[in-house]
Design a protein around this ligand. Structure first.
Ligand SMILES: O=C(O)CCC(=O)C(=O)O
Ligand SMILES: [Fe+2]
Length: 478
């Protein structure tokens, strides 16, 4: 395994730190805090920002003051880096490790290899860089198709979306008591007037209706059809080659995947990014599949597994259960969360122009993903420093807000999956949206979500609890 490229990730400890400080905050808030610091200090490496954040006991304010002070005296934190840290273009492959030739000389099918592939190829604190489709399929919940569109079609779509990106906006998200803007811009595209009406007056996002919904261009619509075909093929391959007994996952839809919304992001320059998150399940349902097309500048897509808490961490969780928001957790419990977040390291998937990444059904519940800020990028001949990303999504009719529960605030509840707590891991729940919305306190609404095998909601036998499990138990979604 030495031949694959790995890079040390944040040093979560330093000689000055006490044991309780050796790791950082809870998974969600660490990423949010890092996102803020990155937007304030874009030339500083993410790893260093994390170190500083940890040394400031997780206080963004203290870290920010310290960094501002440092900036005036040009410390190592603020020196411009000349070394090209970006490893884009360096080819590494795990294929020689994961593909074995059988005694009769034939290649073993990928499912046999996947069964043998233990333990996970990443290590705590390290990043494994993957480039080849075989490695990505075997080691992550994703598949990649390079050179997806004919060159002229990819370039034409990129040009069209660069023009569209004039209308993109940053969205707000909540960081404790502050409202923070996304470190990239975006807009949502739909094809029909009815879908436009639904997106702007029925589906909610963060407690409000979306305002930046636009009419899909003919090119976006035609590419959507091509994405649909390939994603459905890849879903079937994944089921056949990777999933246990060649069967779809429980709650994964057995219907054809039919995208009806395209979220388009623009990352203008190397520091624009999106922090670690899972995509919101509310309208996509459990085990959704998402098709993600990259255009323009190549960037790194990082994924990491969500690690369940160990049994000996239960007492700490009991303390957390009394709190109502992640921000009220103790530093020690925050540290434990960060240590778990990094327990299995990260995998970096390199996304060149015109590559289609399929996030398969196990992705959102079991993994988190991000676009990390880059130290260096190679400008693209058409887009310069910009990267455009389109995620094609399938909003399911059965999860239209006319059917889903409302919380005590009178708003549509959001669907979340318990990702960390051993006893409830993998269970779904409807919760008040407001714990995750800018400036909102929220109510304690909580209801277990029940689904049939196809992931369509079952509404009988509602069980409503008065006290919500702490939001701390669930990872941030977007
Ligand atoms: O830009 C990308 O490749 C990922 C975007 C993403 O994760 C999202 O929009 O939810
Ligand atoms: Fe996402």
């Amino acid at each position: 395994m030495d031949s694959f490229l790995s890079r040390k990730r944040p040093r979560l400890s330093s000689p000055e730190l006490s044991t309780s400080q050796k790791s950082s905050q809870p998974d969600d808030s660490t990423d949010m805090k890092l996102a803020i610091l990155l937007s304030l200090f874009p030339v500083i490496k993410q790893d260093e920002l994390l170190d500083i954040l940890v040394s400031c006991d997780g206080s963004v304010e203290t870290a920010s003051k310290m960094l501002s002070a440092q900036a005036t005296v040009d410390t190592p934190f603020t020196k411009k880096r000349t070394a090209p840290v970006s490893s884009l273009g360096m080819q590494t492959s795990l294929s020689s490790h994961v593909f074995t030739t059988a005694e009769d000389g034939t290649m073993k099918p990928i499912n046999e290899i996947a069964k043998k592939r233990r333990p996970p190829p990443t290590k705590k604190g390290q990043t494994l860089h993957l480039y080849s489709p075989e490695d990505i399929a075997a080691n992550t919940p994703c598949t990649i198709v390079h050179n997806f569109l004919p060159t002229h079609a990819a370039n034409a779509l990129l040009e069209e979306l660069l023009d569209e990106s004039k209308h993109f906006q940053r969205y707000d998200f909540q960081l404790f008591n502050r409202t923070v803007q996304s470190p990239h811009t975006h807009a949502v595209y739909v094809s029909t007037p009815e879908e436009h009406r639904q997106q702007t007056s029925e589906y909610t996002y963060g407690g409000t209706y979306r305002s930046n919904v636009r009419q899909a261009t003919p090119k976006l619509r035609s590419v959507s059809k091509q994405v649909q075909t390939v994603v459905n093929e890849e879903i079937q391959k994944r089921i056949r080659d990777i999933y246990p007994d060649g069967k779809k996952l429980q709650y994964q839809s057995s219907n054809e995947w039919k995208p009806n919304a395209a979220f388009v992001n623009c990352y203008d320059g190397p520091t624009e990014s999106v922090g670690f998150h899972s995509d919101e399940l509310t309208y996509l349902g459990p085990h959704p599949v998402i098709g993600s097309l990259s255009l323009g500048v190549a960037r790194e897509f990082r994924v990491r597994r969500i690690v369940a808490q160990r049994e000996d961490e239960a007492s700490e969780e009991a303390i957390e259960d009394k709190s109502t928001s992640p921000s009220s957790r103790s530093t020690e419990s925050q540290n434990a969360w960060a240590a778990r977040a990094d327990a299995q390291g990260q995998i970096s998937i390199h996304l060149p122009h015109n590559s289609l990444l399929i996030m398969h059904a196990e992705m959102q519940e079991e993994w988190k993903h991000s676009i990390t800020p880059a130290q260096t990028i190679s400008p693209h001949p058409i887009s310069g420093n910009r990267r455009i990303n389109i995620t094609y999504r399938w909003y399911r009719d059965t999860l239209h807000p006319r059917y889903t529960p409302r919380c005590r605030c009178g708003q549509h509840a959001i669907l979340r999956c318990s990702q960390r707590k051993q006893e409830s891991r993998g269970r779904y729940m409807w919760m008040c949206y407001a714990g995750f919305a800018p400036g909102k306190e929220g109510c304690t609404f909580f209801q277990w979500a029940e689904f049939n095998d196809d992931g369509d909601p079952v509404w009988e036998n509602k069980q409503i609890d008065d006290v919500a499990p702490t939001l701390a138990n669930f990872s941030a979604s977007q």
